[in-house]
Write a protein that binds this ligand. Structure first.
Ligand code: ADP
Ligand code: ASP
Ligand code: MG
Length: 408
């Protein structure tokens, strides 16, 4: 049966001319099997990092409009090259930027959200047998300025296009075989999952598993678009991310980790109603996302207030906190970016007691000190010292026996 597939390829998959040929093989094979394909690409290799460094070498806090104009160029290179390679093989292909297609976003430069995707042009090209090759990671705002969707944003472009075209599946090709129980680069015993629910993938992505951008999973889950994560380096069925009522519910489905956050503490603020709002209000007004929050119980009518943000936001958050602390009569601000957050995620955790204590005991047995703890119904996260992250992930993977498929 003919299918309409969106195939997105990440940076490592298109890192050089040789890799672009390999990806063209995958696209050509899918076409030869009778399917229609829309291709979405990331920038080649580390190109986006290079462009970001370049911008920061000119301006430490780059002008956001020009930052997006610059960092979006990486994708334009890969799509043009891919269309050439496909053309060389007598496959009809055309590159498109988000601007040419009218992928509309809100105005948040650097972390824009897609609000509308026009597909008329794409459908016309598909009907003519053309393979559209589209830049990931970018859109345009109401003013017609280029925006970008945040790191890893090509995943979201892929899903948004799949949803708009009502494709059968959004295939995200990357440099690992699919979604594993934890990052296979950190834990050699990580096990490939053949399927995972949207809920669990949302928790893994939101706690640091960069294999799928969180927004891509949110978008797919909202529109019920199945995502398949596959490797462009080896053959296999990959992992299907979708909602299914009869899905097995392992207690723990995965472990995620992130070491790009910083911890900020404001000392000795008054322990009064409204203080937390006064501290976090200006931080969120500045567009800074706050992650783990801990407020100590006060002993002397003052309290310490600690939270984590992305490292790139740490210095802006520190400036804001200095002002707040002064106005509240609080004490000093401390910033620590020598931290990592490790999370254990599983929908089956609901109604199971003892998971947290098992996790804390495993960390204690490995002499890993816990700095902060946060939990949700299906997740327990701890903040620890950065250089212990790998040890913690491996210890927890062993403790919860994630290398074994305990459902079968
Ligand atoms: P791409 O450039 O293809 O978008 P990313 O680097 O964004 O690739 O995502 C793939 C990487 O995600 C893998 O190389 C792996 O190190 C990491 N990763 C983190 N957690 C997981 C997980 N649970 N399963 C698979 N990969 C993971
Ligand atoms: N090239 C962008 C990045 O490096 C988008 C992506 O790869 O998904 O973040
Ligand atoms: Mg990615």
């Amino acid at each position: 049966m003919e299918k309409l597939l969106v195939q997105k390829f990440g940076g490592t998959s298109v890192a050089d001319a040789g890799r672009i040929e390999v990806v063209a093989d995958i696209i050509a094979k899918t076409i030869s099997e009778g399917h229609k394909v829309v291709v979405v690409l990331s920038a080649m290799g580390e190109e986006t990092d290079r462009l970001i460094d370049l911008a920061k070498s000119i301006q430490t806090e780059p002008n956001l409009r020009e930052y997006d104009a610059l960092v979006s160029t990486g994708e334009q290179i890969s799509v043009a090259l891919m269309a050439m390679v496909l053309g060389k093989r007598n496959l009809k292909a055309k590159s498109y930027t988000a601007y040419q297609l009218g992928i509309k976003t809100n105005k948040m430069h650097g972390r824009a959200r897609i609000v509308d995707v026009k597909v008329e042009k794409l459908i016309k090209q598909l009907d003519k047998g053309v393979i559209p090759v589209i830049t990931g990671f970018q859109g345009m705002n109401e003013e017609g300025d280029i925006t970008t969707l945040g790191r890893g944003g090509s995943d979201t472009t892929g899903v948004a296009i799949a949803v708009a075209l009502q494709a059968d599946e959004c295939q995200i090709y990357t440099d690992v075989d699919g979604v594993f129980t934890t990052d296979p680069r950190i834990c050699p015993k990580a096990r490939l999952l053949d399927q995972i629910s949207f809920d669990e993938m949302l928790e893994l992505s939101s706690t640091g598993a960069e294999v799928l951008q969180l927004r891509a999973v949110e978008y797919a889950s909202k529109h019920d678009m199945p995502i398949r994560v596959l490797s462009s380096f080896s053959e296999g069925e990959g992992t299907l991310v979708e909602e299914k009522e009869d899905m097995e519910r392992p207690v723990i489905s995965g472990i995620s980790s992130i070491d790009t956050e910083a911890k900020l503490t404001v000392r000795g603020v008054p322990d009064l109603p409204g203080v937390a709002a006064k501290i976090l209000g200006p931080v969120s007004d500045a567009g800074i996302d706050v992650d783990v929050i801990v407020q100590n119980i006060s002993a002397d009518n003052t309290t310490d207030f600690t939270f984590t943000v992305d490292q790139t936001d740490a210095s802006s958050a520190e400036e804001i906190l200095k002002e707040t602390s002064e106005s509240l009569g609080g004490g000093s601000i401390e910033v620590d970016d020598n931290i990592a957050k490790v999370s254990v995620v599983g929908r089956g955790m609901r109604g199971q007691s003892g998971i947290a204590s098992k996790m804390f005991q495993a960390l204690a047995d490995h002499e890993i000190n816990i700095l902060m703890i946060t939990t949700s119904e299906i997740k327990i996260s701890v903040v620890i010292q950065k250089d212990l992250m790998e040890k913690a992930v491996n210890a927890l993977h062993d403790t919860f026996q994630l290398d074994k498929n305990l459902d079968t």
